[in-house]
Structures are given as structure tokens and as C-alpha cells.
Design a protein around this ligand. Sequence first.
Ligand code: ATP
Length: 353
Amino acid sequence: MSGAPAPRLRLQDVSKRFGGHRAVDAVTLDLEPGEFFCLLGPSGCGKSTLLRMIAGFEAPTAGRICLGEQDLTGLPPHRRPVNMMFQSYALFPHMSVAANIGYGLKGLGRDAATTRVADLLRLVRLDGFGGRRPDTLSGGQRQRVALARALAREPKVLLLDEPLGALDRGLREETQGELRSVQRRLGTAFVVVTHDPEEAMMLADRIGVMEAGRLVQVGPPAELYRRPASRFVAGLLGDVNLIAGTLGPEGPDGVRAVKTAYGTVHGTVGAPLADDAAVVVAVRPEDIVLGGLEGLPVVVADATFLGDRLRRTLRMPDGTTLRSSGRPGDAVPPIGSDTRAGFAAGAAVILPA
Ligand code: ATP
């Protein structure tokens, strides 16, 4: 489609208050041109409000939203070079698929509009469906019509609020791949709101995690998963063990010791911390190694077969549990045995308790 390089979307200290409630609190963010960005967070953290401010449906209480040199903050939605796709799709039931997609193209001229609609149908793999009515399509096909319609006017940034929320699990995974592939081919920046961490990790170049109106961490999926900056982010992105202790001295390579009730473990610091601070050591279940000579004393309390993984519940002497996850064929101690749960310092992130 349009070959001009896309400008950067820039949010500067954007806030939104509803009465006394800060729905969005001083969010600053630069979105790279052509980037696939996911806003991730629990219900009510302000994701949709932030998206609606970028679209222009909601005015910020403070801050600025710019696209390149252009200040969008005061512009109405239809004057912004951005578009929004809603979870409900909001297709017109009495119009054909082609008419739905071409709805916003009235100013373009008949031939140009017809060509654009044909291009879009091809883009979302719906060639030959132009004459159908939305109610004769599957959920996944309707989703693709809505996507094509949202892209028709070639927005610089497409905003998508829970775009796959209406699809069941199997179709959702397939459509995630499709959404990603359409975005790559077009090079349009996408901002997707989701509360599903797996979806965010699968789709995004970068994820922005929101907590209570604030953007608390931004980074590529692997960085957020491996190097979370808080307990909240660690827990949001997947299963994690949090082992309580006190921060000890720094060792070689920036590795710090943490004194726990059952001995010293090591990790790297993920957030600013004072000496002797109360901390937790965050370790993913797949990073726990059983049966070594070092580590925390545990009893293997339970094991659950999950097909590609075997998940174990490990109990420490005080009754607190850890979870480990490994391949089903791994040689590890059976249920009931005493063993040690260790992990590499590089796999453990030390965070404020
Ligand atoms: P969800 O995933 O459930 O959609 P969200 O992260 O998108 O949640 P928002 O819809 O942005 O959250 O809402 C953030 C907060 O702002 C919530 O506490 C919500 O109740 C409040 N809020 C949103 N819109 C309004 C409004 N028009 N008037 C008053 N409060 C609002």
C-alpha cells in the first residue's frame, strides 16, 4: 500500500482522570514505525482508556499525543491518521463484505475504491468473499473483514482493542498468526490491547505492561519474561516461584547473594535495592534444577503430567511450595523423595518483596 515511511507515535506524560480516579497516570511511550506493540494488564488498569485517547474518543486530562511532528491531542478521531478496530467488529449486517470494507472509501473514486477493496480482500485471504453478507461468515472470517475495513484508509497506526476476544481458543491461535503476518506485510504500526499474556508474547515486538494506570515496564517479550522489574510483571507473564530472603553482598559478575530460611541462593538484581533489603528471588519453574548438591531442601510432593511437560510441586520444610517444570523423560527424584532445588544465578531475578 502506501510506501512513505511512517512517523513515530509519541505519548508524553498522558494522563486521564475520571472524577478523582486516575485511569491513566503519566504514560510516556515512543512507538516505533511499523512496530507491533501490545498493551498488557489486568482488567481496569487503563489499557482501553489509553487506546481511546490515541484514537481521539477520549481527551487526555494532561499530556500530549504526537505522530511525527503532528500534534494529535486536540484533533477529532476522523482527522487523525489512526484507526481503531473494536472487539465487536461492528460490521453492517445488511451490506456485503466488499461494501463493509469499502465503507470509508467514498472520497476515493469508484475504480480506486474497487481496487483497494480487492487488495484488502486478498490481504486477509478472503478473495471471492466480497459479495457475501457478514452473517454467512465464520467468526474468524468476520474478524478478518473488520481488520480489512479498519485498514482501508491506510492508517499510520491501527489500534485494536481485544481483537481476538470473540474467538474460541483454536481459532484465536490461528488468527494471532494471521494478524501478525498481515501487520508484517503492511508495515503499519499496530497497538493491541490484551489481558492475555500468551497472546501478547506471541504477537508483540514489544509489550507495555500497565498496572493501575501506570506503564510499569516496556520491552520485548523475552526480556519481560526473563528480566521482570517487579513481582507484578513476573507473575503477569507466567508461572513464577518467589522465594523470600534478605539481600546479601555483591559477588562477581554482578551476582548477589540472598539469605533465605534454608540457605543462600544467588541471582541478579532486577530493580534498585538497598543492602539488607527484604527481597524475593523470582525463578521460573523451567529453571529449577532438581537433584543437585546445592540449592534449597525440598520434598517432591506431587507431579502432574502435561504432555510436553511434567510439573512438580516441591515442598520446603516450612510448608511453602515451589513449582518446577521439566521434560517428562527427565531423570529426577520420584514423589516423596528428599532432594535439592537449585537454579543458575542468571535465571533468577532479585526483586523488592
Ligand atoms: P478491561 O480490560 O476490563 O477493558 P482496561 O484496562 O481497558 O480494562 P479501562 O477500560 O481503560 O481499563 O478503565 C480504566 C479505569 O477507568 C477503570 O477503573 C474504569 O472503571 C475507569 N473508567 C473508564 N472509562 C470511564 C468513564 N467513562 N467514566 C468513569 N470511569 C471510567
